[in-house]
Ligand binder design. Structure first.
Ligand code: SAH
Ligand code: SF4
Length: 430
């Protein structure tokens, strides 16, 4: 979501006369788009700001002015902290107000020396005020839903991104058309809880994500569709049917489970237990037997015993995820889990994370190796490290590099896989 927001901010700034600087020392404006999901991400902001301030001072000695801005969820949660710890910051905008960038930059131009903070949960939808989106390459994100009403007990998102909001169908279709006209082949629909999408269609009727996917699949030029992140309890039969019916929908689904133990899922306030989660996976596989899964995991949630943790490991063995993100539980101020009894020691969290990641890597490696000899359609997205090499993604989101002509960049090309490691594939264009 932050990658998407950053791109939309870049488009706002380009329309406003800015262009990307070659390096930070050349930048008149330095903007940090921040994440508050775990403590480590949030703390990083302050060290990055410290470094930017040094550059700002060096530039000032040469008579150059530098505006430093912060956007994103850290601002929403820690605006006062920013003003206190980094008073040299010129402005700070929450994730729902970055459409006001031009207005804020104009204000700063007139009035220097104080931090302008805007952390509204505004009544207007920022999407109504953003300039037309355009593609950056063959793959584009498209936010269709934002915010969350689930209140998992460990998570800051409902507090930083606010209540759930779905963009109207017509607006999404329109943005998709612009992306396709400017070179996009693959669209990845985004939302904190994307499958709870319930935007209004042209007649004012509420529609679900399945409807939206079907509408988008009709658009000329759309080769690939994905959506992320889904909440397991909100996967309905309509959505499952899309995985059977829509050729553009890629056979890879990110379906975060967090834990394999019902006791922990309950304490997390997740609306699914292990059984429901596995039933959803089974139904999806029945609809499309090519479908494979990835997930998010949290280890060391308050109260998690060895036995609970082992249930997470057994779930991994059952589902055989082909990729995953796993994290040590991070205590977030203001969330219910932060004050729960049974906080797990750092050392235990670390041990559990290592064990879990080793197991996940085994399955990932096994899957990647099983791809050797197969032919995949690969969407090349960037240049590789070596000359004449491009890097792209398979339908399963694996990174693949191959020797390829540079005009294959941002195109879909058939590639035979020749080699595999845990993190990537290599192949030959055929
Ligand atoms: N809406 C998505 C997840 C969004 S946050 C969902 O419900 O699945 C992305 C991931 O960050 C989560 O899936 C979770 O695994 C992780 N996460 C969120 N809060 C966390 C915390 N306090 N500590 C550790 N990991 C956390
Ligand atoms: Fe956070 Fe996802 Fe839970 Fe919402 S559903 S509270 S975004 S983890």
């Amino acid at each position: 979501m932050n990658v998407y927001d950053s791109h939309r901010m870049a488009v706002i700034l380009e329309n406003f006369g800015y262009e990307p600087a070659a390096n930070q020392a050349d930048a008149d404006l330095v903007l940090f788009n921040t994440c508050h999901i775990r403590e480590k991400a949030a703390e990083k902001v302050f060290s990055d700001l410290g470094r930017a301030y040094l550059i700002k001072q060096e530039r000032a000695e040469k008579g150059q002015n530098t505006v430093i801005g912060v956007t994103g969820c850290v601002v929403q949660a820690e605006d006062e902290e920013i003003a206190k710890r980094a008073p040299y910051v010129d402005f700070a905008l929450g994730p729902l107000t970055y459409h006001r960038l031009p207005e804020i930059l104009t204000k700063i131009g007139r009035k220097r020396g104080e931090t302008i903070i805007d952390t509204d949960f505004p009544a207007e939808a920022k999407f109504d005020f953003l300039p037309e989106n355009r593609s950056e390459g063959g793959c584009s994100f498209l936010a269709v839903q934002e915010g969350c009403n689930n209140f998992c007990t460990y998570c800051v998102v409902p507090y930083t991104r606010g209540a759930e909001y779905s963009r109207p169908v017509a607006e999404v279709v329109d943005e998709a058309k612009h992306l396709l006209e400017t070179g996009t082949l693959e669209i990845n629909l985004l939302g904190q809880n994307v499958n709870s999408y319930h935007g209004e269609d042209e007649s004012g009727k509420e529609r679900n994500l399945a409807y939206l996917l079907r509408r988008l699949a009709e658009l000329d030029g759309l080769k690939r569709l994905r959506y992320t992140t889904s909440y397991p309890a909100d996967v309905d039969d309509d959505l499952i049917a899309c995985h059977r019916d829509l050729g553009q929908l890629m056979p890879y689904l990110h379906l975060p489970v967090q834990s394999g133990a019902d006791k922990i899922l309950k304490a997390m306030n997740r609306r699914h237990d292990r059984k429901l989660y596995l039933e959803v996976i089974e139904k999806l596989k029945k609809a499309n037997d090519k479908l494979r899964f990835s997930s998010d995991f949290i280890v060391g949630f308050p109260g998690e015993s060895d036995e609970d943790f082992n249930k997470t490991l057994s779930l991994v063995r059952e589902v055989e995820y082909i990729q995953a993100f796993s994290f040590k539980y991070s205590r977030r101020p203001g969330t219910p889990a932060a004050v729960m009894p049974g906080q797990v020691e750092e050392k235990v969290k670390k041990e559990r994370l290592d064990i879990l990641q080793n197991l996940l890597f085994d399955y990932q490696t096994k899957f990647n190796e099983s791809c050797i000899g197969k032919v995949f359609e690969v969407l090349f997205e960037q240049k590789g490290r070596h000359k004449g090499q491009l890097i792209g993604r398979t339908p399963y989101m694996q990174n693949l590099h191959a020797k390829a002509d540079k005009n294959m960049l941002n195109n879909i090309v058939k590639v035979r896989v020749t080699d595999a490691t845990t993190n990537s594939l290599s192949g030959e264009v055929i």
